[in-house]
Design a protein around this ligand. Structure first.
Ligand SMILES: *Cc1c(COP(=O)(O)O)cnc(C)c1O
Length: 240
Protein backbone atom coordinates (compact mmCIF):
# COMPACT_ATOMS: atom_id res chain seq x y z
CA UNK A 1 0.00 0.00 0.00
CA UNK A 2 1.27 3.48 -0.77
CA UNK A 3 2.00 5.74 2.11
CA UNK A 4 0.86 9.31 1.57
CA UNK A 5 2.24 10.60 4.84
CA UNK A 6 4.65 13.51 4.42
CA UNK A 7 8.27 12.42 4.34
CA UNK A 8 9.53 15.26 6.53
CA UNK A 9 9.16 15.12 10.28
CA UNK A 10 6.21 17.22 11.48
CA UNK A 11 8.38 19.60 13.51
CA UNK A 12 10.34 20.51 10.40
CA UNK A 13 7.24 21.72 8.60
CA UNK A 14 5.99 23.79 11.53
CA UNK A 15 5.67 27.39 10.38
CA UNK A 16 6.75 30.40 12.39
CA UNK A 17 3.08 31.15 13.00
CA UNK A 18 2.58 27.66 14.42
CA UNK A 19 5.69 27.93 16.59
CA UNK A 20 4.49 31.28 17.91
CA UNK A 21 1.09 29.85 18.68
CA UNK A 22 2.64 26.89 20.52
CA UNK A 23 4.74 29.23 22.69
CA UNK A 24 1.82 31.59 23.33
CA UNK A 25 -0.34 28.74 24.55
CA UNK A 26 2.19 28.14 27.33
CA UNK A 27 2.18 31.74 28.56
CA UNK A 28 -0.06 32.58 31.49
CA UNK A 29 -2.01 35.81 31.26
CA UNK A 30 0.21 38.80 31.89
CA UNK A 31 3.39 37.17 30.61
CA UNK A 32 4.59 38.89 27.46
CA UNK A 33 6.54 37.32 24.63
CA UNK A 34 9.60 39.03 23.16
CA UNK A 35 10.31 37.32 19.84
CA UNK A 36 14.10 37.30 19.61
CA UNK A 37 14.76 37.80 15.92
CA UNK A 38 18.51 38.49 15.89
CA UNK A 39 20.30 37.17 12.78
CA UNK A 40 17.02 36.54 10.93
CA UNK A 41 16.06 38.57 7.87
CA UNK A 42 13.10 40.93 7.75
CA UNK A 43 10.98 38.51 5.67
CA UNK A 44 11.17 36.06 8.55
CA UNK A 45 10.25 38.74 11.08
CA UNK A 46 7.28 39.68 8.89
CA UNK A 47 5.94 36.14 9.16
CA UNK A 48 5.83 36.58 12.91
CA UNK A 49 4.39 40.08 12.52
CA UNK A 50 1.62 38.77 10.28
CA UNK A 51 0.87 36.18 12.96
CA UNK A 52 0.24 39.04 15.38
CA UNK A 53 3.65 39.40 17.04
CA UNK A 54 4.55 43.01 17.87
CA UNK A 55 7.44 42.82 20.35
CA UNK A 56 10.78 41.95 18.75
CA UNK A 57 14.10 41.56 20.56
CA UNK A 58 17.47 42.26 18.98
CA UNK A 59 20.97 42.32 20.43
CA UNK A 60 22.85 44.52 17.95
CA UNK A 61 22.15 48.22 17.49
CA UNK A 62 22.94 48.37 13.79
CA UNK A 63 20.86 45.29 12.94
CA UNK A 64 17.90 46.59 14.95
CA UNK A 65 18.05 49.97 13.22
CA UNK A 66 18.10 48.46 9.75
CA UNK A 67 15.12 46.26 10.56
CA UNK A 68 13.24 49.10 12.24
CA UNK A 69 13.52 51.18 9.09
CA UNK A 70 11.65 48.62 7.00
CA UNK A 71 9.28 46.96 9.47
CA UNK A 72 5.83 48.40 10.27
CA UNK A 73 5.79 51.33 12.68
CA UNK A 74 3.79 49.57 15.39
CA UNK A 75 6.58 47.09 16.14
CA UNK A 76 7.98 47.51 19.65
CA UNK A 77 11.75 47.10 19.57
CA UNK A 78 13.42 45.67 22.65
CA UNK A 79 17.20 45.81 23.01
CA UNK A 80 18.30 42.67 24.83
CA UNK A 81 22.06 42.57 24.14
CA UNK A 82 25.03 44.26 25.75
CA UNK A 83 24.93 47.93 24.82
CA UNK A 84 27.94 50.21 24.43
CA UNK A 85 27.38 53.77 25.57
CA UNK A 86 28.59 55.21 22.26
CA UNK A 87 25.78 53.39 20.41
CA UNK A 88 22.95 54.53 22.63
CA UNK A 89 22.15 57.58 20.53
CA UNK A 90 21.38 55.39 17.51
CA UNK A 91 18.59 53.50 19.19
CA UNK A 92 17.12 56.10 21.50
CA UNK A 93 14.83 57.60 18.83
CA UNK A 94 12.77 54.42 18.46
CA UNK A 95 13.60 51.73 21.05
CA UNK A 96 10.73 50.86 23.39
CA UNK A 97 12.60 48.95 26.09
CA UNK A 98 16.22 48.25 26.97
CA UNK A 99 16.60 44.97 28.91
CA UNK A 100 20.37 45.06 29.24
CA UNK A 101 21.29 48.06 31.39
CA UNK A 102 24.37 46.81 33.22
CA UNK A 103 26.10 49.95 34.50
CA UNK A 104 25.31 53.31 36.04
CA UNK A 105 27.16 55.00 33.19
CA UNK A 106 24.93 53.29 30.62
CA UNK A 107 21.79 54.35 32.48
CA UNK A 108 23.07 57.95 32.60
CA UNK A 109 23.86 57.91 28.89
CA UNK A 110 20.41 56.57 28.00
CA UNK A 111 18.88 59.32 30.13
CA UNK A 112 20.83 62.14 28.52
CA UNK A 113 20.29 60.88 24.96
CA UNK A 114 16.58 60.28 25.62
CA UNK A 115 16.34 63.83 26.91
CA UNK A 116 17.56 65.16 23.54
CA UNK A 117 14.70 63.29 21.86
CA UNK A 118 12.18 64.17 24.53
CA UNK A 119 11.56 60.48 25.20
CA UNK A 120 10.96 58.40 28.30
CA UNK A 121 12.65 55.02 27.88
CA UNK A 122 11.73 51.93 29.88
CA UNK A 123 14.82 50.14 31.17
CA UNK A 124 15.51 46.87 32.93
CA UNK A 125 18.56 46.45 35.11
CA UNK A 126 20.42 43.30 34.12
CA UNK A 127 21.56 41.11 36.98
CA UNK A 128 24.30 38.51 36.78
CA UNK A 129 22.59 35.35 38.01
CA UNK A 130 24.47 32.62 36.10
CA UNK A 131 27.48 30.61 37.23
CA UNK A 132 29.47 31.54 34.12
CA UNK A 133 31.46 34.76 34.26
CA UNK A 134 30.85 35.48 30.58
CA UNK A 135 27.43 37.03 31.14
CA UNK A 136 27.00 40.75 31.69
CA UNK A 137 25.07 42.26 34.53
CA UNK A 138 25.20 43.81 37.98
CA UNK A 139 26.15 41.79 41.03
CA UNK A 140 23.38 41.93 43.65
CA UNK A 141 25.31 44.30 45.91
CA UNK A 142 26.29 46.60 43.06
CA UNK A 143 22.62 46.94 42.24
CA UNK A 144 21.65 47.56 45.87
CA UNK A 145 24.34 50.26 46.07
CA UNK A 146 23.20 51.91 42.85
CA UNK A 147 19.56 52.09 43.89
CA UNK A 148 20.50 53.31 47.37
CA UNK A 149 22.04 56.40 45.77
CA UNK A 150 18.58 57.27 44.47
CA UNK A 151 20.17 58.34 41.22
CA UNK A 152 17.49 56.65 39.11
CA UNK A 153 14.83 58.85 40.71
CA UNK A 154 16.58 61.94 39.37
CA UNK A 155 16.60 60.74 35.79
CA UNK A 156 13.61 62.26 34.05
CA UNK A 157 14.03 60.37 30.78
CA UNK A 158 14.50 56.78 31.90
CA UNK A 159 12.06 54.67 33.83
CA UNK A 160 13.43 51.64 35.64
CA UNK A 161 10.65 49.08 35.16
CA UNK A 162 12.27 45.90 36.46
CA UNK A 163 15.08 43.39 36.24
CA UNK A 164 16.47 41.05 33.59
CA UNK A 165 18.60 37.95 33.97
CA UNK A 166 19.98 34.98 32.06
CA UNK A 167 20.36 31.62 33.75
CA UNK A 168 23.36 29.35 33.33
CA UNK A 169 23.58 27.25 30.21
CA UNK A 170 22.93 23.96 31.92
CA UNK A 171 20.85 20.80 31.75
CA UNK A 172 20.27 20.96 35.47
CA UNK A 173 16.73 22.27 35.93
CA UNK A 174 17.22 22.68 39.68
CA UNK A 175 20.11 25.04 39.12
CA UNK A 176 18.28 27.09 36.48
CA UNK A 177 15.18 27.33 38.68
CA UNK A 178 17.28 28.38 41.66
CA UNK A 179 18.87 31.17 39.62
CA UNK A 180 15.48 32.44 38.46
CA UNK A 181 14.12 32.18 42.01
CA UNK A 182 17.07 34.23 43.21
CA UNK A 183 16.33 36.98 40.67
CA UNK A 184 12.70 36.97 41.75
CA UNK A 185 13.73 37.40 45.40
CA UNK A 186 16.03 40.26 44.52
CA UNK A 187 13.20 41.85 42.54
CA UNK A 188 10.86 41.59 45.54
CA UNK A 189 13.49 43.04 47.86
CA UNK A 190 14.28 46.00 45.61
CA UNK A 191 10.63 46.62 44.88
CA UNK A 192 9.90 46.85 48.62
CA UNK A 193 12.95 49.02 49.31
CA UNK A 194 12.93 51.43 46.41
CA UNK A 195 9.80 51.10 44.29
CA UNK A 196 7.02 50.44 46.77
CA UNK A 197 5.10 53.44 45.48
CA UNK A 198 6.03 52.91 41.83
CA UNK A 199 3.62 50.67 39.94
CA UNK A 200 5.88 50.76 36.87
CA UNK A 201 8.52 48.61 38.53
CA UNK A 202 6.77 45.35 37.66
CA UNK A 203 8.79 43.50 35.02
CA UNK A 204 10.95 40.44 35.39
CA UNK A 205 12.53 39.54 32.05
CA UNK A 206 13.72 35.95 32.32
CA UNK A 207 13.42 32.80 30.24
CA UNK A 208 14.71 31.80 26.80
CA UNK A 209 13.86 28.95 24.43
CA UNK A 210 15.29 26.18 26.58
CA UNK A 211 14.20 27.47 29.99
CA UNK A 212 11.15 29.73 29.68
CA UNK A 213 8.72 27.30 31.39
CA UNK A 214 11.06 27.28 34.41
CA UNK A 215 11.25 31.08 34.35
CA UNK A 216 7.47 31.41 34.22
CA UNK A 217 7.17 29.10 37.23
CA UNK A 218 9.45 31.54 39.11
CA UNK A 219 7.46 34.64 38.22
CA UNK A 220 8.75 35.86 34.86
CA UNK A 221 6.61 38.57 33.25
CA UNK A 222 8.52 38.64 29.95
CA UNK A 223 10.14 35.74 28.14
CA UNK A 224 12.72 36.28 25.38
CA UNK A 225 12.31 33.42 22.94
CA UNK A 226 14.28 33.08 19.71
CA UNK A 227 15.15 29.66 18.33
CA UNK A 228 11.93 28.04 19.57
CA UNK A 229 10.09 30.38 17.19
CA UNK A 230 12.51 31.07 14.35
CA UNK A 231 14.67 27.93 14.35
CA UNK A 232 18.43 27.75 14.78
CA UNK A 233 20.45 30.85 14.05
CA UNK A 234 23.17 30.78 11.45
CA UNK A 235 25.72 33.36 12.59
CA UNK A 236 28.01 32.69 9.64
CA UNK A 237 25.64 34.17 7.08
CA UNK A 238 24.82 37.22 9.14
CA UNK A 239 28.28 38.61 9.63
CA UNK A 240 29.15 38.72 5.95
C1 LIG B 1 19.59 35.29 21.86
C2 LIG B 1 18.99 35.72 23.17
C3 LIG B 1 17.78 35.18 23.62
C4 LIG B 1 17.00 34.10 22.87
O1 LIG B 1 17.71 32.90 22.86
P1 LIG B 1 17.01 31.53 22.33
O2 LIG B 1 17.77 30.48 23.02
O3 LIG B 1 17.16 31.52 20.85
O4 LIG B 1 15.59 31.59 22.74
C5 LIG B 1 17.27 35.66 24.81
N1 LIG B 1 17.89 36.61 25.52
C6 LIG B 1 19.07 37.14 25.13
C7 LIG B 1 19.71 38.20 25.96
C8 LIG B 1 19.65 36.72 23.94
O5 LIG B 1 20.82 37.26 23.56
Amino acid sequence: MRNFAPKVKPNLVMSIAQNLEAVRRQLPQGVRLVAVSKTHPVEVLMEAYNAGQRIFGENKVQEMRLKQQVMPADVQWHMIGHLQTNKVKQLVPFVSMIHSVDSQRLLETINSEACKHNRLIDCLLQVHIAQEDTKFGFADDELRDLLRTGLHTQMANVRVVGLMGMASVSDCEEQISAEFAHLRQLFDELKAQHFAADAHFCELSMGMSHDYPLAIAQGSTMVRVGSRIFGQRNYATVNQ
